[in-house]
Design a protein around this ligand. Structure first.
Ligand code: PMP
Length: 378
């Protein structure tokens, strides 16, 4: 069989620039580059049928709606959602988590209730819960992280209480690369009657994710980290949860009827998609999952595993480098510090050599503090 990665850079026009403008791009956890298949799908939409969705009776409007809903079905298939109405288009992971934090806490919590998070969360899976906890008088509990960079399952088992209302955790750490054993954790949460939200920002682009197999109640992820454009993402939710949650944004298309003093909500998924959506973005995300599926998520995970082993092996041989995160199950994210060097200086030096790295606290203050690494992470 032909190696699907042999000429893969040719799929990405950004890498076809002149040598002096080109870089070795290793900042994929922040955002990925876009293949021609995605750029063409979006450009084709704008140049063939650009119109608003659900509103128009004319042929372009109908074609736009068909393409937008086709993308929803493609994405539902990609994560194996039972029904495509369980796929809500959002602007990204952050937006999806904010939706759940706002709507779930409004519907299902009372003062004094508790939400469980972990110390390895990205700020996107912390701050929305802090805002909700201030509004609804909740408290936040944190699962600790071991020296290996894995979740401390015993600390989780001590946190369950009668007041726990939800567990929100990352599937793959954007700092340590750790792949959390979310299937077992979800089973544990469900045995306490607690629903689980997964932050899939780093997992959905890099490994096969099957929401029915994992049995997660919510899953949020971003298109731009998986070859699709910025400004589009997905919140998956089990139909039963989404049906009972109130919307958190009001506007066009999310209503069935509007009266002077109240409104009635539209059915799923439209209840959560107020206003004109990012139609081209959704179509781009549909094209991106088709692109990734063509390579195969198993194949992608296996390749990343091989590349990560090479990178870790090389880094270990460099004096003064400290690698963070030694989890048994891990993805392709590798994080380190260099003794006596600020990460920004190192990143600038690497840029001068044509290599793009991420430097700083990686949007994970709590974990960076726990690792005693501050802004020094690469
Ligand atoms: N969660 C994790 C684990 C992430 O890595 C990121 C992005 N770095 C986010 C959430 C936020 O994603 P976005 O900015 O696309 O909403």
């Amino acid at each position: 069989m032909q190696d699907p990665f042999k000429n893969i850079k040719n799929d990405f026009p950004i890498f076809n620039q002149s040598a002096e403008n080109n870089i070795i791009y290793m900042d994929n956890a922040a955002t990925t580059q876009k293949p021609t298949a995605v750029l063409d799908a979006m450009s084709n939409y704008y140049s063939s049928c650009n119109s608003n969705v659900f509103r128009a009776i004319h042929r372009w409007g109908e074609e736009s709606t068909r393409e937008y809903e086709k993308a929803r079905r493609q994405i539902a298939g990609f994560i194996n959602a039972k029904e495509s109405c369980e796929v809500i288009f959002t602007s990204g992971t952050t937006d999806g988590i904010n939706l759940v934090a706002s709507s779930f806490c409004r519907k299902h919590t009372s003062p004094g209730d508790e939400i469980i998070l972990t110390e390895m969360e990205h700020h996107s899976n912390i701050v929305p819960w802090q805002i909700a906890s201030e509004q609804y008088d909740l408290s936040l509990k944190y699962v600790s992280v071991t020296d290996r960079g894995e979740l401390d399952r015993e600390s989780l088992s001590r946190l369950w209480s009668k007041k726990t209302k939800l567990l929100a955790l990352t599937h793959m750490s954007n700092v340590l690369g750790t792949i959390n054993p979310v299937k077992a954790i979800i089973q544990e949460a469900h045995s306490h009657g607690i629903p689980v939200l997964l932050d899939g920002a780093q997992s959905v682009p890099h490994l096969p994710v099957d929401v029915q197999d994992l049995d997660c109640d919510f899953l949020a992820f971003s298109g731009h980290k998986m070859c699709a454009p910025t400004g589009i993402g997905v919140l998956y939710g089990k139909k039963q949860f989404l049906q009972e949650l109130p919307p958190c944004k009001g506007g066009g298309e999310m209503i069935r009827n509007v009266y002077p003093d109240h409104s009635e909500w539209n059915s799923l998924p439209h209840k959560f998609e107020a206003g004109t959506p990012h139609i081209a973005g959704a179509i781009g995300l549909g094209a991106a999952v088709t692109y990734l599926n063509r390579i195969g998520m198993d194949t992608i995970q296996k390749k990343e595993h091989e590349l990560t082993a090479i990178l870790l092996g090389g880094l270990q041989d460099i004096p003064g480098i400290d690698i963070y995160g030694k989890a048994e199950k891990r993805g392709g994210i590798v994080c380190f510090t260099r003794e006596g060097t600020h990460s920004h200086d190192l990143a600038q030096y690497m840029d001068s050599r044509g290599i793009a790295l991420r430097a700083g606290h990686h949007c994970a203050h709590i974990l960076a503090r726990e690792l005693e690494a501050g802004d020094f992470l690469i």
